[in-house]
Design a protein around this ligand. Structure first.
Ligand code: HEM
Length: 486
């Protein structure tokens, strides 16, 4: 007789008599439907997979701790930044973007860098990437852009034609394309890359004042990238390279750490900077130069515990940029606004109606609301009321609530084509110009390799963008393409 603690049971707790031999009618079969254990085992197996994330499907995650090292309470009243030394538990997930769940970790692609802070006032999710900018500035283009990174509908192959067709018609992508084809497009695992919140967010002080901010996470391990050739080799030799590296480092007690910092822009500085540069502070294809807005140190993120169960935590974690806690705020950035809708909606489908009740998603503070029922409602509010009472006298907060002041709006509602007005080349050129000669060489070589097979029409359209960013950039790609085609 097995020990009670190790006795195999069905999911209903009933001891299983035999897990090796099905119940059969005679020695050769057929099988009997009354073998409830066999039926349950096969049924559950058939339902093991949940849909993979529509983007960022391949990823790795770990638990950790965020520690405040510098006081930013003049800018924010958020409790998690309340005192130097204050610690907040976290969960981080890193990912590639375009590939499927089984795709190679070393593909040239941005890397997702999502961090959840389980604060005393709810979950704050900073759902960023390893690059500070993005390909597009309007969410209406996101599904089209992502389709070009996925597979051709007929051949089911990745398609350089689709990618360059899209990028060459969306010149706002030039800055991020330059980053993607630089050495930073193939990071050496997840520990050796920086993270960026990307969007402009805000901080709200106890006095109810808002400043605009951008979040940065700088790796203490140092930035390390793979050469293009090594990335390709590893994609075959060890497709799970980044997962293995992160898990093994944490398992041997080598905890990866990042310095968290923030760039701050006051409203009057924004107006002056936008006038001077002709860039918008809310344009995700742009960065804020550090010379204008230096990074202020805030804290340290350390990842120090591997999840016991990959599916339970890494696959089921559901981050959302809409998860911001009092003292932190959003911005009018159109991309951010689109994302505020997209994530929870995706997770209602991918994980389920009550995904916020799962251990990795459950806040570590009390939760009170009147959402009830739905599939898998295991924390369903007990006997507490399932409706909110309406106060006889209204007590509406001002602004957005939580002392978060409203925004002054500007302009006429309508559809605005940014290509008519925006400078989408200068920052791409700046990025090209700060690269060393050898990094510029890698960049144009990587682009030429990726563009080699595309039509002349697409190539010429894209070459014109590179040339507008910097004449040498355009000429370099053209020369590398000529060499690649010989
Ligand atoms: C309008 C543009 C965007 C849309 C509509 C969008 C939508 C999505 C969706 C639906 C998911 C899957 C969520 C899930 O199933 O859990 C996702 C994942 C993700 N997105 Fe975006 N996204 C956008 C732009 C961005 C940008 C600009 C960044 C970085 C700054 C970003 C970073 C991420 C990350 C890191 C994940 C994976 C989160 C995880 O590890 O679970 N996305 N996105």
């Amino acid at each position: 007789m097995d020990d009670k603690a190790t006795q195999l049971t069905t999911a209903s707790g009933i001891p299983v008599a035999d897990n090796q031999n099905s119940l059969s009618a005679g020695r050769t079969g057929p099988l009997l439907l009354q073998d409830a254990h066999l039926i349950e085992k096969l049924q559950h197996f058939n339902r093991e997979r949940i849909p993979e994330r529509v983007v960022h499907a391949k990823g790795s995650g770990a638990f950790g701790i965020f520690t405040v090292t510098h006081d930013i309470s003049a800018y924010t009243k958020a409790g998690l930044f309340g005192a130097v030394g204050k610690q907040t538990p976290t969960f981080a997930r890193f990912s590639t973007v375009g590939g499927e769940r089984g795709s190679a970790d070393t593909e040239r692609d941005p890397r997702g860098f999502a961090v959840r802070f389980y604060t005393d006032e709810g979950n704050w999710d900073l759902v960023g990437n390893n690059t500070p900018m993005f390909f597009i500035k309007d969410p209406i283009k996101f599904p089209d852009f992502v389709h070009t990174q996925k597979r051709d509908p007929q051949t089911n192959l990745k398609s350089p034609r689709m990618m360059w067709d899209f990028w060459s018609r969306a010149p706002e992508s030039l800055h991020q394309v330059t980053m993607l084809f630089s050495d930073r497009g193939t990071p050496d695992g997840y520990r050796h890359m920086d993270g960026f919140g990307g969007h402009t967010f805000s901080l709200i002080s106890a006095r109810g004042e808002r400043v605009w901010v951008k979040w940065h996470l700088k790796t203490q391990q140092g930035v390390k990238n793979l050469s293009a050739a090594e990335a390709v080799r590893l994609a075959g030799a060890d497709p799970d390279y980044a997962q293995r590296d992160l898990f093994a480092a944490i398992a041997r007690g080598e905890f990866p750490r990042w310095n968290v910092s923030v760039q701050v822009m006051r409203e009057e500085e924004r107006l002056a900077w936008e006038t001077r540069t002709n860039w918008s502070a809310f344009d995700l294809t742009k960065v804020w130069p550090h010379a204008d807005f230096p990074r202020l140190p805030v804290g340290q993120l350390e990842l120090n515990r591997n999840p016991d169960n990959y599916h339970g935590d890494v696959e089921q974690v559901a981050f959302s940029p809409a998860n911001v806690v009092p003292g932190l705020g959003l911005s009018p950035d159109k991309m951010l606004q689109g994302r505020l809708f997209a994530y929870h909606d995706a997770q209602l489908y991918r994980v389920g109606t009550n995904h916020q009740q799962l251990p990795v998603n459950r806040p570590r503070c009390p939760v009170h609301h009147q959402q009830r029922d739905g599939a898998m409602a295991f924390a369903n509010g007990g006997a507490s009321t399932n409706y909110a009472a309406v106060n006889a006298q209204g007590t509406s907060p001002r602004g957005f609530g939580h002392g978060d002041p409203g925004w002054t709006l500007d302009g006429v509602a309508g559809r605005y084509d940014s290509r008519a007005t925006d400078d989408d080349v200068t920052q791409a050129g700046n990025l090209y110009r700060i690269l060393s000669a050898s990094q510029q060489g890698n960049l144009v070589h990587n682009i030429a390799g990726a563009m080699a097979g595309v039509s002349t029409e697409i190539r010429e359209r894209q070459l014109a963008h590179f040339a507008r960013a910097d004449g040498a950039y355009g000429a370099g790609v053209r020369a590398a393409l000529a060499k690649a085609r010989k």
